[in-house]
Design a binder for this molecule. Structure first.
Ligand SMILES: NC(=O)c1ccc[n+]([C@@H]2O[C@H](COP(=O)([O-])OP(=O)(O)OC[C@H]3O[C@@H](n4cnc5c(N)ncnc54)[C@H](OP(=O)(O)O)[C@@H]3O)[C@@H](O)[C@H]2O)c1
Length: 321
């Protein structure tokens, strides 16, 4: 009798949690107005806000940077290839941009930062000094990836593994460190969005270093959110704390991923459109679109080994190894 009651109670709690999550997702994806305009405000001297997007010479980063420019932000592009970045800058400057009344007199600009994110020595503080006076309100940490996905872990070299860890985890950590004071010097809402991967929650063959470093991105972001909560609870919270968000990304057709477009597999441009529509709100860890959220949920529902075998099969078909 007591056992039956306990089971009923546990069942009811699980159902209530499930219903809450569905209601939350419906509100976020289909009802809530976009939050991005919250970060689109001029400085006290009338300067247009800047958005920094790392890894914006191609793929998802390029699409995000282009659409942030179109939304009204000045954009700081970053990458390792100067020629590619110059082309992207030219392309972006030729795009039609939304006219925002409060910014109508402010210059609308694009700048470039060239830096190999995998380099052993990076002077992050020097870059921070360069941009210290910018009215920076949005940062999208997008650099990431893994080029060593077609051979087993033990066949990957020290250089390949260092590169994966550097571009996915070390770069994010060190850049965040120097960007926080710059964001905090802005008196108003500010946002840092960290592009993660489903690989941060699930395994994929040969991608131990990538999966591990994307799990780092997820837990790093959530811990930054927890730090904000902690500071507020001890009475040291900022008036406008930086909002941190982690995006769990599934397959997206991009510069390096030539997957076929289909349900939950968008083009970079469509992925960026969904992301800009949903980023900036109270959610700390989410997928950019309902289709990718559903995909992630379905993978989580499968027994772990079944999910891992299925992911392995898809990877093998896609990358032909
Ligand atoms: N596409 C997907 O299916 C997928 C899935 C899950 C997660 N993600 C994540 O989404 C983000 C973007 O991926 P993507 O598919 O758009 O990749 P992508 O098309 O290869 O673009 C990556 C961007 O980062 C730049 N980059 C790469 N290594 C760099 C380095 N060492 N230094 C400086 N810049 C560097 C690239 O520059 P170059 O133009 O010089 O190459 C490019 O601008 C990554 O964090 C990735 O892990 C993607």
């Amino acid at each position: 009798m007591v056992l039956a009651r306990v089971c009923q109670l546990v069942g009811a709690l699980i159902l209530a949690q499930f219903a809450w999550r569905i209601a939350n997702a419906i509100y976020m994806y289909f009802i809530r107005a976009p939050d991005l305009p919250t970060y689109l405000y001029p400085s006290t001297s009338g300067v247009r806000p800047w958005a920094l997007v790392t890894g914006s010479s191609d793929g998802i980063g390029k699409a995000i940077a282009s659409q942030l420019y179109q939304a009204g932000f000045s954009v700081y592009l970053h990458g390792r290839n100067a020629d590619k970045l110059e082309l992207v800058k030219k392309e972006i400057l030729s795009l039609p941009a939304n006219s925002v009344q409060t910014l109508s007199n402010a210059a609308h600009d694009v700048k470039i930062w060239i830096q190999d994110a995998a380099a052993a020595e990076i002077d992050y503080d020097n870059f921070a000094r360069t941009i210290s006076t910018l009215h920076l309100t949005v940062v999208v940490h997008n650099v990431g990836g893994s080029e060593a996905y077609t051979k087993p872990f033990h066949a990957q070299t020290q250089q390949e593994l260092d590169k994966i860890i550097n571009i996915n985890a070390r770069w994010l950590t060190q850049l965040t460190r120097v960007l926080i004071p710059i964001l905090n010097s802005v008196d108003g809402p500010k946002l840092m969005v960290n592009i993660g991967s489903f690989a941060g929650s699930f395994t994929a063959p040969y991608l131990a270093a990538y999966c591990g470093s994307k799990a780092f991105v997820r837990i790093f972001t959530r811990t930054m959110c927890a730090d904000n909560d902690f500071m507020r609870n001890i009475g040291k919270g900022a008036k406008h704390p930086i909002r941190y968000q982690h995006i769990g990304v599934g397959s997206v057709r991009s510069g390096t991923n030539l997957a076929e477009i289909g349900f939950g597999v968008p083009e970079a441009r469509d992925f960026a459109r969904d992301l800009l529509r949903h980023m900036g709100g109270p959610d700390r860890d989410f997928a950019a679109s309902p289709a990718q959220a559903l995909q992630e949920f379905m993978i989580k529902c499968l027994p772990q080994q079944t999910a891992e075998l299925a992911i392995g099969k898809v990877m093998r078909q896609q990358y032909k190894y």
